[in-house]
Structures are given as structure tokens and as C-alpha cells.
Design a protein around this ligand. Structure first.
Ligand SMILES: [Mg+2]
Length: 386
């Protein structure tokens, strides 16, 4: 019987996977997200690129030497943040207790849930639901603790699932290289190799005194972990008090109509996200940045709402007050804060039943075909370039 059950969920090549949703024509190609400057490093790469030896954190220049045909994308953190929040919402909806460890990694504490295989079935259903609702590939592993599940997910990647039954942790870890342990970096690996320790199995059996001489307390900690022991808790996720999105333009924009179109686009996307989170906002803020990096923002209280039209009106007014028409912009952003749960949703929306109905239809299409499927009003004139 299980004392604990901890599920680890890790989205595969997350930034690249989001890009593939937006540009399906890149599927099957080596794709790198990382930027084009001299010092840019790879922040995410497709499995096709990995076949050439491309890895995260490697300079983009070096990656292109290994794989000259790779498509390099600059990356769009606000889009990744939005997709991450959608995944978070699905997990929050289903899971009793979960931790968001990073933009693309989660732990769910399933301790006490039925029996082990009940947990496994539940986990499989959650994974399927996330993949179905987001279109993003995802790997998971279930075991008695965070460390073993994280390493397990690493072994099951990409797009895999792995169950490590209670009592088999140590046997599972034993053949793996010490570098698979998240807390063991290059330098530690090198020192362990000098002691003749290459696998987690060897580390699990190493004398504590020898390791403590070299690494202090961390030495015995590593041995414990290599044995598959880890009692660290899944720390509960705290919900955000605001959501935001921003966009740096490819080239600075000075044309007012174009800027207002961009703002409409940002507000539309963020309002969609707000409704997906079943939230309402009481405060809208707009941020702008000029080419010299001087940045200005302004916010305004609004009656609690999730309606596009109210939010758009506030954002456009704030923009009008902020923007100095003689200068181009390099960046624009929108934030909704003072969020609260959408309890009296029907009541709030009753003020404009037709718009509510339209929004529901548009949101349905967005959920089905992706956020870019619906481009409303003014910004439908022009296809987005950035
Ligand atoms: Mg990942």
C-alpha cells in the first residue's frame, strides 16, 4: 500500500510545441526557439533538432553549425505564459493539491487517493485531457515522491508515461547515470567520476563519510536521493492576482491605427484567457515602451467584468492618454489585475446578452482551433507579422 503518490507532469519541448500549434507547417522540422543575436542560446528545441545534437542552453550559433537547416524562432514568452496558464487551469480543475514547479512542469500530490492503480488511471485521464484540450505533448511519471517522478518523466520523454511502483524506486534509479539526478550538475559529476561513481546505483551504495568529506551535507543528501528517498512536499500553487501579456514588435511601430490594432489583439487574447480562468477583473493597465526603452504605464479601475468591449474601451482610452504620437513604439503590454472568481457571471453578463452569446461562440472556436483562429474587428484587416 502506498504512503505517498506524487505525479510529475512535464510538457515536452514546451516553447517549440507552442510554436508548432501556431505554425503547423513547421511540424517534423528541426526547430529552435532561441533568438538570433550573437550571444543567443537555445531555450527549447524540437526532437528533430535534438537528433543533430542540438540541446537547450547551447549557443544558437553552435546549434546551427550542428544543424544548419534548423528554423530558428525568436520566441514569444507571453504566448508561452498563456499556454502554461491554460494547462495550469486544467490541472487546478482536476487536482486536489498541485505545485507549479516552472512554466512547463507540475507536481500533483495524490497521496491518500484510493489505491495506486486508481492514481495511475486518474493520472492517465488527466494527461489525456491536457493533451486533448491544449494540443501540447506531455510526459508524466508517477511514483512515491517528487525526485523519482521527475527522473522518471525524464526517462519517459517525449510524449510518454511511466509508473514506478512503490518499492521499486531504488532498482529503477540504479542503472541511471548520476547526471540524471536534478541536483547533480557537471562539476559534481566530474568529482563523483573521480571517486569511481558513475551511476545512481553506485552512489546509493557509496560510504557517506567519503562523500561528506568532498561535498559536506550535500554528500549524504545525494546518497539518500540516489536510493529513491525524498520526503519533500508538494507545495500548493497560489493563484495569480493578475494576468498580463506584452509584445515586442519586430520593427518599431509609429502608425497609430496599427498600434491600436495591436492593442485590440492583446486585449482580445487576454480577455479570452480571463474567461478561461473563469475570472473577472476590476483593473486594466496598459504599458508602452519607446525605442530608447523609456517605459510608461497607466491603470484604471473598471466595474468587475470579463467583457471584451468594456476592457477594450478602457485599454484604448488608457493608450490614448499615455501615447506620445510623435514617437514609434517598441513594445506594448496589457495587464488585468484585481481578479476575482466569476461567481455572479450570469448577472454580470446580463447587461449585454448578445455580446455574451457572441463571446461564448468565439471562445468555443478559440478553444477548438487555437487562440489565433478568431481575430476580431479592426485587427482582422491585417495578418499579424510578429
Ligand atoms: Mg518540459
Amino acid at each position: 500500500m502506498f504512503e505517498r503518490a506524487v505525479l510529475h507532469l512535464d510538457l515536452d519541448a514546451f516553447f517549440v510545441s507552442v510554436e508548432l500549434l501556431r505554425q503547423p507547417e513547421l511540424r517534423g522540422k528541426p526547430v529552435i526557439v532561441g533568438g538570433l543575436s550573437d550571444r543567443a542560446v537555445v531555450s527549447s528545441c524540437s526532437y528533430e533538432a535534438r537528433k543533430f545534437g542540438v540541446r537547450s542552453a547551447m549557443p544558437v550559433k553552435a546549434a546551427l553549425r550542428l544543424c544548419p537547416e534548423a528554423v530558428v524562432l525568436r520566441g514569444d514568452m507571453s504566448a508561452y505564459g498563456q499556454h502554461s496558464r491554460i494547462v495550469t487551469r486544467i490541472i487546478a480543475d482536476a487536482a486536489p493539491l498541485f505545485e507549479k514547479a516552472s512554466i512547463d512542469e507540475f507536481y500533483v500530490d495524490l497521496s491518500g487517493m484510493d489505491k495506486y492503480f486508481g492514481c495511475w488511471k486518474w493520472s492517465q485521464a488527466l494527461r489525456q485531457r491536457i493533451m486533448k484540450e491544449t494540443g501540447l505533448p506531455l510526459t508524466m511519471a508517477l511514483s512515491v515522491n517528487k525526485t523519482v517522478s521527475k527522473i522518471g518523466a525524464g526517462e519517459a520523454k517525449p510524449n510518454g508515461e511511466l509508473l514506478i511502483p512503490a518499492g521499486t524506486e531504488r532498482a529503477f534509479l540504479a542503472p541511471l547515470a548520476v547526471g540524471k539526478m536534478p541536483s547533480i550538475g557537471r562539476e559534481t559529476q566530474r568529482k563523483l567520476a573521480l571517486m569511481g561513481i558513475h551511476t545512481l546505483g553506485q552512489l546509493a551504495e557509496a560510504p557517506a563519510a567519503m562523500l561528506e568529506r568532498e561535498f559536506g551535507k550535500h554528500g549524504s543528501y545525494m546518497i539518500k536521493k540516489a536510493r529513491g528517498e525524498d520526503d519533500s512536499a508538494v507545495s500548493p500553487y497560489r493563484e495569480q492576482k493578475s494576468i498580463s501579456t506584452e509584445r515586442t514588435f519586430h520593427a518599431d511601430i509609429g502608425e497609430i491605427r496599427q498600434l491600436r490594432d495591436r492593442l485590440t489583439d492583446l486585449v482580445t487574447r487576454l480577455a479570452f484567457e480571463l474567461r478561461q480562468d473563469r475570472k473577472h477583473t476590476a483593473c486594466v493597465a496598459v504599458k508602452i515602451r519607446y525605442p530608447d526603452f523609456s517605459t510608461f504605464s497607466k491603470q484604471r479601475k473598471v466595474p468587475l467584468t470579463a467583457r471584451d468591449s468594456t476592457l477594450m474601451e478602457a485599454a484604448q482610452e488608457l493608450f490614448g492618454e499615455l501615447y506620445d504620437h510623435r514617437r514609434p513604439l517598441r513594445l506594448m503590454g496589457v495587464r488585468f489585475s484585481d481578479l476575482s472568481d466569476g461567481q455572479a457571471q450570469a448577472e454580470l453578463f446580463a447587461e449585454n446578452a448578445r455580446e455574451t452569446q457572441l463571446l461564448q461562440q468565439l471562445d468555443h472556436i478559440r478553444k477548438k482551433f487555437g487562440e489565433s483562429a478568431v481575430v476580431r474587428g479592426v485587427n482582422a484587416r491585417k495578418k499579424k507579422k510578429d
